[in-house]
Structures are given as C-alpha cells and as structure tokens.
Design a protein around this ligand. Sequence first.
Ligand code: HMG
Length: 386
Amino acid sequence: MTSIGIHDLAVATTHHVLDLAELAEATGVEPAKYHRGLGQEQMSFPAPDEDIVTMGASAAALLLAEHGTDGIRSLLFATESGVDQSKAAGVFAHHLLGLPSTVRTVEFKQACYGGAAALQTALGIVARNPEERVLVIASDVARYELDGPAAPTQGAGAVAILVSADPALLAIEPHSGVHTADIDDFWRPNDTTTPLVDGALSLQTYLDALLGSWGDLQAHGGPGVDEIDRFLYHQPFTKMARKAHAALFRHEDRPVDESALETSFLYNRQLGNSYTASLFVGLAALLDHDDDLAGRRLGLFSYGSGSVGEFLTGIVQSGYRERRRREATESALAARVPLTVEEYRALHVSYTDDSDERETPRTTAAPFRFAGVRDRIRRYERTAGA
Ligand code: HMG
C-alpha cells in the first residue's frame, strides 16, 4: 500500500514577542512559576496587521515556493480564532497565495483539535486520489483575558503542511484512536474575543481524552507503548505534555522516561500556545533537532477542549533530514520584536474583531498583512517582503 502523510511542514509566527520573565515581574509572580511551573519562556504576540490569515499564508508560502501548486486541489484551514462566521479564513489565504481557482477551500473547527482533523481529512483525500496533494494550514492566536490565570499561556503561530503520497517526512499509519466527550472546560461564546476557561477541569479532561484515545487506538490494533519511539502531545504549555506523558506511562505501568520530550518543546516554549498548530510546531521542533529519527515511530496526541482527542502514529521517512526547516523557524523566532509589558497591554486592550472601518498601522515584516476593514470587509495585502 502507498504510504500517505506529511511531505513538508513550515512554521510561521508573529512580529512581536513578550518575555514571560517581564510579565512575571510586572504582575508580582515568581518567574519560576512560568519557566518551570508551566514550562514557558516567551509568547508570540500579533501586531495589529497580523492575524491567522497572515500567519497561515506566510507558512504556506514557504511550502509553495519549494513545491509549487501542481496537484493541490484542497486547502483545509484549521483555526479556532476565525475572522468571520461564514467565510473560511482559507479563502483569504488562497487569494494571497495565488492558488488556482480549481481548489476546494474550507475551515475546520474543534478547538485545538481542528489541525489534526484537517490532517485526517487530507489523508483521506489523498487515499482516494494519490496524485493529489493537500495544503493544510493550522493557525491560531491564543488570546486570554488580560491578567487572568491563563495569560502566561497565550501565544500565536501557524503551520502549513503539505500532505501527499510517498511523503518525505512522516508516513501516517492507518490506525488512530479517537475520543469525544461534551465537557465545558474551555469555550468562546460569539460575543467575546477571549475564551472562558475552567483551568483545573481542562487539565483533567485533556488527560481523560488522552487515555480515551489511547484505549481506542489499542482496541483498533494500534502499536503498543513500547513500539513508539517518540511521543508528541498538544502543548498548551509544555508542562502539560509532561503531565500527559506521565499519565500515559503510569497507565501502561511503565517507568516515566521524559528524556525525548524536551526536543519537542524547543519552539513551543518560545511561541506559547498556538492551539491548532501547537502539536505540529512540536513535530517541527522534533524533526529539526533530532538526527536519529529515520524509520522511527512517532505517537502524536491532539487535544481540543470541549472535548475531542485523537492519538495518531507515523513513521519518520529516511530522507527527513534533507527536508528540515530549522534555520527558517529559528530565524523567525529570533526576528520577533520584543514588547514591553505596557506595549503588550496596550495591544491586548485595543484588539477587536469587529467590522468597524479602520486601517491598521504597517508593522509586520511578514509577506502578507491585514490592512484593515473597509465597507465591513476585511482587507489583506502582500507586503514589500512578499
Ligand atoms: P494557575 O492557577 O496560574 O497555576 O493556572 P497553578 O497555581 O496551578 O501553577 C501552575 C504550575 O506552576 C503548578 O505546577 C505549580 O506547582 C507550579 P503543577 O503542580 O501543575 O505541576 N508553580 C511553580 N513552579 C516553580 N516555581 C514556582 C511556582 N509556583 C507555582 N514559584 C493553568 C495554570 C494552566 C490552569 C492556567 O494557566 C490556565 O487556565 N491555562 C489555560 C487552560 C489550559 O491551557 N489548559 C490545558 C489543558 S486544555 C488544552 O490543552 C486545550 C487548549 O489548548 C484550548 C483548546 O483546545 O482550544 C487550552
């Protein structure tokens, strides 16, 4: 059987960054709580002319520059920070990227799980038509109430994934384990720009969904814990992945070995939560920094509050080291412009997703920008950096 999976993967993030040590100092919290307690160092923060569309298109542009658009007939855009209740964010991205009109474009939503759902759909499309390639974009801005307990777990980022037959990076195996439970741990009503969160409940339901998905994977003939070489988890903050790993290994009655986890934290510790993109940002970090992955099996757990989980597995392909984008991702992280806490607060407070007429200040150095709203329509444009 032809293998299908991730052929290429690119990461994009925001213009700004906030150092959590500065946030801690300004709010009278010990920095160690954020650094060790949550496992986070920094968080990406969007400029007024950046959003999920500009980040997602920026990540996808890196893939298209290398692979072109031949065979791409689907653009699946996953997000939970959508910019319109009706129009898919992917349609704006489709235009910015200059994709042909012969593409189906649609948006996926189920909290942070949407990225994995889009990936699964892409695998199904390629299974039916192996000559097709599917462009998946997962892009989110995690924006919580200013000064609330979740504020240090904010962040923003996007990944673009090219799904194809005979992939160069990761062949996804056919079995996966899934789990749904109607839980109110985290949700965002239509009349608010920040989610409502029951933090303690969210930690528990994440773990319940992990064990539920894992049990389903086992029931469907998936590999056992000893047959998986590296584990990757959705990372709302990197400590959560440690908790997940410990829970899974305790459940399987195995000593907890965290040694291989750290590598998958390298980008997310600096980016913060990027919701739908987070698991795949972890995957990018692992592929970019672990030289001994060829032929190894990865286990990937996606969690979306509300709640849905899925446990997937995949085999890293022999040529993966030639396809890595470590330099591009590290440069994007290093290029972010630091915010003072006052600047961060001002940006947070001034954020709106309404359709009032406005022009945004030119700030981003990304190839695309959100220019503002005219006639209640969101306007996007290419920048000089495009
Ligand atoms: P909190 O109340 O600020 O933190 O909320 P805490 O008091 O529980 O402390 C956090 C950790 O820091 C603890 O570690 C403390 O011991 C430690 P733990 O016991 O958990 O291992 N700590 C310290 N460590 C070192 N030095 C110190 C120190 N002080 C304390 N001085 C919470 C934390 C995560 C609940 C909050 O930030 C929150 O609500 N975040 C948003 C919700 C979230 O991320 N949930 C995760 C699971 S749900 C999920 O992943 C889905 C999601 O991505 C959304 C989606 O699906 O769309 C969120």
